[in-house]
Design a protein around this ligand. Structure first.
Ligand code: PLP
Length: 355
């Protein structure tokens, strides 16, 4: 008998980022800022101190202490991961049994449902309304009605760029019996984090990442923050050496550079505001061809009658954005990148009658 892939694997496709060389990449919500020279030098010097023949610290203590100092949370509540992606995978594997219901919202980050399919959990999806906002009462109802063991969503949301304010999220967490995983990947761009009160909840895990606001997507570093019981469980199920020595070292240097981080965040927010403003003006000029959603992240989402054609035309000009059905998600780039995008986008909107 030939070997065959099992049911849950046979139709899976490898992750497929945009292939090819595009001079302007506004498709992955990365930071456009390169690592400042002073930090780069510190990181280079630090390499000499790494005992490469030894396994890394399984609890990444120094790194978690730096995270705790920057965000003012107790490091004992912090678990480091090989990107928050790894933490999402660990959490779903650990907190779901086969057949358990997991509730996600749509649209949201696609990885949540990918991992739940591997765990053979039962996926329940709350569909957001036309305006892409979440009605918290409806979501609470969906969580309790489905008996969901896990509720996982991003706030602010990727891809909608909209956020739920703190009070609404508190109400949600307190009203459901599910474990709530609150992915705050973009919360550095907004001010409604629940990090400082995470210990007050028995059913909350908050995820953060160094990939977006901190411009460190390349080192793969994310964090889970939760009360001691949940933290103990997370540390018990993760693979022991999940965060490598180089990432621990570089991550510590970055997180110890609070002023540099704050300045970078301010610059990224400035770039997004400028991009949003310019797209908003295009919406006024072409109301029937374009709708832009509010943004509290480092990207903007636009709805277009023919998003596919605009996406393809931009790619031809060397500009990559994220195509998502009837919307495009555009990461705020450097002023020059935004300018190039806007020029081309405007031309496409003005030249075509039936976009
Ligand atoms: C980018 C992103 C992440 C991934 O973070 P990594 O730490 O790079 O794995 C997680 N959640 C959301 C919503 C994201 O957009």
């Amino acid at each position: 008998m030939p070997f065959t892939l099992n049911e849950k694997l046979k139709d899976l496709q490898p992750y497929d980022p945009i292939e090819g060389e595009y001079p302007i990449r506004l498709d992955a919500n990365e930071s456009f800022l390169e690592m400042p020279m002073e930090l780069l030098e510190q990181a280079q010097y630090a390499m000499a101190d790494i005992p490469f023949n030894r396994y890394p610290d399984p609890y990444a203590k120094e790194l978690c202490a730096s995270f705790g100092a920057y965000y003012r949370v107790d490091p004992a509540l912090v678990t480091a991961g090989n990107g928050s992606d790894e933490l999402i995978s660990i959490i779903e594997t650990a907190f779901l049994m086969k057949g358990d219901a997991i509730l996600t919202v749509a649209p949201d980050f696609s990885m949540y449902r990918f991992y739940s399919s591997l765990v053979e959990a039962k996926s329940v999806v709350y569909q957001k309304g036309e305006d892409l906002t979440i009605d918290v009462d409806e979501l609470i109802f969906a969580a309790n009605d489905s008996g969901a063991k896990l509720l996982l969503f991003s706030n602010p949301c990727n891809p909608t760029s909209l956020g739920l304010n703190r009070e609404e999220v508190r109400r949600l967490i307190r009203s459901v019996s599910a474990l709530v995983v609150l992915d705050e990947a973009y919360m550095d761009f907004w001010d409604q984090s629940l990090l400082s009160e995470v210990e007050q909840y028995d059913n909350l895990i908050i995820l953060r990442t160094c990939s977006k606001a901190f411009g460190m997507a390349g080192i793969r570093l994310g964090f889970a923050v939760a009360n001691p019981t949940l933290t103990r469980a997370l540390r018990a199920v993760k693979s022991p050496y999940n965060v490598n020595s180089v990432t621990q070292k570089v991550g510590t240097i970055i997180l110890n550079s609070g002023e540099v981080l704050d300045q970078a965040i301010a610059e990224l927010i400035g770039a997004r505001k400028a991009l949003y403003q310019a797209v908003k003006e295009l919406e006024t000029a072409f109301p029937e061809k374009l709708h832009v959603y509010d943004s509290c992240t480092n990207f903007v989402l636009v709805r277009l009658p023919d998003a596919r054609r605009v996406f393809d035309a931009l790619l031809e000009k060397g500009i990559a954005v994220r195509f998502m059905g009837d919307t495009l998600r555009i990461t705020a780039g450097s002023p020059e990148e935004n300018e190039r995008f806007l020029e081309n986008f405007k031309e496409l909107l003005s030249s075509s009658t039936n976009l």
